[in-house]
Design a protein around this ligand. Sequence first.
Ligand code: ZN
Length: 319
Amino acid sequence: MPVEEEAPPRWPSRVTVCEVGPRDGLQNEKAVLTLEQKVELIDRISAAGAKIIEVGSFVNPKAVPRMADTDEVARRIKRLDGVEYRVLVFNLRGLERAEAVGLRKAKLTVSASRTHSIKNAGKPPEEAVKAFADCAEYAASKGITLSGAIPTSFGCNFEGRIPIEQVLSVVASFIEIGVRELSLSDTTGMANPRQVYEYSRMVRETYPDITWNLHFHNTRGMGLANVVAGMLAGVDRFDAGFAGLGGCPFVPNAAGNIATEDLLHMCQEMGVQTDYDLDEVISIARYARDLVGHDTDSFILRAGRNSDLVGSRDEAPKN
Ligand code: ZN
């Protein structure tokens, strides 16, 4: 029998790395940064090449005190042309705050897991999305673009593996209220590369006109492998956070986001363009790590880049 020729993998020539450290990272750290430090981190990461930055969250300050100054952060950051400054909102009030400080992009979050959604939002996912219809209307009237994030798209600490049908149902609800940009998010760090590949293929084939984004935490060491699986399934937008800060209050021993510098370094080694200045991002990550005052889940901060090794050692590695 003739051997069937396998198609070579189709690597993307370029991907967009969205910086979520100022929100997802800092929100889950014990250290409380000053307004000036937050603004500095955001301004440095935009100057280093970030095209999408999640600057904070408009949530009840009593619930998440670390995000209480997001209005002021948004007012003070240097807005660069071509950079999308995004904020997380939970209701119409949050969206009005975004509008008041001139932000043009807001993200809504609805968990794919029914249990997680009911615990978090008090309703099952489809109803939670429907409850955002007022936000969608308001956003459209003010020229604000909405994106939707779907945490626990792959696995939930209450329900285990989330079936793709459940994810597609939440996706359909988001599309119904007019959201055109969606993120499958692995808040719990339970996704595996094969599942990411299959879910990404499925959502892209079912909804080819939607802009797809993937969001991984590195809790079980599968973060970058999951990115590669997403790339092979044709996704070209990935969230990451400088220094891999953070965790998640709902998930026991959760790790932070995949580190921006780890993802950029991998892309550079793979010949995938990102338009970031990696040296500067490493310097920002080091600064962020110093600000939170503890070691973080960043391989590059620990080991340096491949290129740092070349010419720096006389001896061959021992093993
Ligand atoms: Zn996250």
